[in-house]
Write a protein that binds this ligand. Structure first.
Ligand code: GDP
Length: 460
């Protein structure tokens, strides 16, 4: 469903069912049922080996039996029973675990629907959890991010959101803003004196620090979700392919001592500081005829421009040539994206030049792909360029909706800090509104909720 179509929330008091496991075959598959009729649905489709009907079972039970209807046995199954409010959704719920074949799961779901459940739409279980107060909105969104996380950092951030770490940090900012708001309110009672400046300044500055700490992780959060491109630049034979292999820890690239052997550029995935990177080796972008060579140079520039970060290799064992100097001029002081890291390669060999030969203050990292010397330092510098100070923080905020709310809250807090007392009350109310929108306990438009939950998969 496209987000623009999702305007209304589905009903939340009927009984819904969905296959909760991924499409395809698996050892185990799960069909989830939630709502007041969940146990009645289980009575209709499940035959417990013990003979005790599901609706008579206590909560938090696992029961072995069969999914069956009439004379038809669909599969052996485990039934998990939950009673409101102690379930994911906060409603009465059951889960049927069967073998994970698509035909089995489709049939189990069909029987649940025949027994009176409605087929759940995307995110309906988590929507119910949110509306029943089991999760706040930031946590519900973290469920989505967790399911979609493809890198360790994205998973860690989503887990931080789910366990309420983000909500806790937002809560600290809210406390600071509320303290300031109370001061402003108290000031209205003594209009002649006004609010002593210091009593507003401390909590508001604390709130700004809290917001800024979260905003400072925005880029790292985005990178951990979307990934980044890192291009290896340098003239032929400087050791780009060898460095790529050394960073990857396995042989990905064709290495040869004939210049220009790799005819094409290569891409390989690597995770650094939790950020999924695509390493682009431009080794092959050079060919034998002048025309092709020119187009190779264009391609190198295009790849360099399209990457978030560049590593420029200069062979330390050979004198610097005009081509090295041209690359250094083009990319060495480059402010584009996260800039260029200059590497002196093959430092296990006798050096033909010194970093000072490069002229004005280039930071050079000495690396030998052969011995591995300097690789750790290179990884550290790349990590720093990619995520900076966020590397040491537990939680990165990558959710655009949260970031926007934080930026707006920052504007309002800053306005309260620098404006008049009369307007401060309004500014602080605005700030509290923006912060509350992140956890979504109140005042979040139905369309916003609908568009958030429409991005979930069915069964979540
Ligand atoms: P590319 O053309 O820039 O990709 O360079 P390659 O990675 O193909 O390396 C060119 C040559 O340099 C090969 O013979 C490599 O074995 C050699 N080489 C690469 N890195 C090192 C290194 O760190 N030390 C030494 N001694 N030789 C290296």
């Amino acid at each position: 469903m496209r987000e623009s179509e999702a305007v209304a929330l589905p009903p939340t008091t009927d009984t819904i069912a969905a296959i909760a496991t991924a499409p395809g075959t698996g050892a185990v598959g799960v069909v989830r049922v939630s709502g007041p009729g969940a146990h009645a649905v289980a009575d209709a489709v499940f035959r417990p080996a013990s003979g005790v009907m599901p609706s008579s079972l206590g909560p938090g039970r696992v029961t072995f039996g069969r999914v069956a209807a009439g004379g038809e046995v669909v599969d052996e199954a485990l039934l998990l029973t939950f009673r409101a409010p102690s379930s994911y959704t906060g409603q009465d719920a059951v889960e049927l675990q069967t073998h994970g074949g698509p035909a089995v799961l489709r049939r189990v779901l069909e029987l649940c629907l025949e027994a009176g459940a409605r087929a759940a739409g995307p995110g309906e279980f988590t929507l119910r959890a949110f509306l029943n107060g089991k999760l706040d909105l930031a946590q519900a969104e973290a469920v989505l991010d967790l399911v979609n996380a493809s890198s360790e950092a994205a998973r860690r951030n989503a887990a931080g959101g789910l366990t309420g770490e983000l909500s806790r940090l937002i809560g600290e900012v809210q406390t600071a803003v509320t303290t300031a708001y109370a001061e402003v309110q108290a000031g209205f009672d003594y209009p002649d004196e006004g609010v002593p400046e210091a009593r507003l300044k401390e909590p508001l500055e604390r709130a700004l620090r809290g917001i800024d700490d979260l905003l400072a992780t925005a880029e790292a959060g985005r990178l951990s979700r979307d990934g980044a491109r890192l291009a290896l630049l340098g003239r032929p034979n400087v050791g780009k392919s060898s460095l790529l292999n050394a960073l990857l820890g396995y042989q990905r690239s064709l290495v040869s001592d004939v210049p220009g052997t790799t005819r094409d550029y290569l891409e390989a995935p690597l995770v650094l500081a939790g950020v999924p990177l695509t390493l682009v080796d431009t080794a092959g972008i050079r060919a034998t005829t002048d025309a092709l060579e020119a187009s190779g140079v264009d391609l190198t520039h295009a790849i360099a421009a399209a990457s978030d970060l560049r590593v420029l290799l200069l062979d330390s064992s050979r004198p610097l040539g005009p081509e090295d100097r041209a690359l250094l001029r083009a990319f060495g002081n480059d402010e584009n994206g996260r800039g260029t890291v200059v590497v002196a390669s093959k430092t296990d060999l006798y050096p033909a030049w010194e970093p000072s030969d490069l002229g004005d203050g280039h930071d050079v990292i000495n690396v030998s792909a052969l011995t591995g010397a300097g690789l750790g330092e290179l990884r550290r510098v790349l990590t720093d360029r990619l995520v900076g100070a966020a590397a040491g923080l537990e939680l990165w905020v990558g959710n655009e909706r949260h970031l926007q709310a934080l930026r707006r809250a920052r504007e309002s807090v800053s306005a309260a800090l620098h404006g008049s007392d009369e307007l401060a009350a309004l500014d602080l109310q605005d700030a509290l509104g923006h912060l509350a929108a992140i956890t979504g306990r109140e005042g979040v438009a139905e369309e916003t909720l609908a568009s958030i939950f429409a991005r979930f998969c069915v069964g979540k």
